[in-house]
Design a protein around this ligand. Structure first.
Ligand code: HEC
Length: 133
């Protein structure tokens, strides 16, 4: 009987977990709608214009191609974005301030700050979901 109760509890947890996953999956993240406004605001003043830093142009209409088709210049074995794998994406290491080269992004004059948590979540979810346009 005790074992049966345990199984019931385990089944309830499994169900709750599946429900939570379903809720997240219902909010697909798009680069154009969700990610681009964040990077245009926080990054394009340096990663834009005639000479974008590290050749990475995050200005409107440019960032998606640059992020999804290029390797990192600082860490040439890594893609800037590896769809489905934030830890394998140099962009994520830079914005989560876990990269070992250079500063965390966005840089400031003397250091670096972090994006607000909600914006970091959007970028991470975008990568996890496959880095869709
Ligand atoms: C004040 C200027 C500045 C701002 C703002 C800035 N960056 Fe950077 N970024 C740089 C510089 C300079 C480097 C190279 C040195 C370093 O990594 O610190 C760089 C490097 C990078 C790299 C590594 C590129 C590569 O090929 O390895 C990524 C990724 C990056 N930035 C993303 C971002 C993102 C995303 C934002 C906005 C959240 C941002 N940066 C904001 C100046 C900036």
């Amino acid at each position: 009987m005790a074992r049966r109760n345990l199984l019931t509890v385990a089944a309830m947890f499994a169900f709750a977990g599946a429900a939570a996953l379903t809720v997240r999956a219902q909010a697909p993240v798009s680069y154009a709608r969700d990610v681009e406004p964040i990077v245009v605001k926080a990054c394009a003043n340096c990663h834009g214009g005639d000479n974008p830093k590290k050749g990475l142009d995050l200005s409107a209409g440019k960032g998606f191609a640059d992020l999804t088709q290029h390797k990192s210049q600082e860490s040439p074995l890594m893609a800037l974005v590896k769809p489905g794998d934030p830890a394998g994406s140099y962009l994520w290491l830079k914005v989560s301030h876990t990269a070992t080269e250079g500063r965390g992004m966005p840089r400031t004059l003397f250091g670096a700050k972090k994006l607000p948590q909600a914006e970091l979540d959007t970028i991470r979810d975008w990568i996890i979901q496959g880095a869709n346009p």
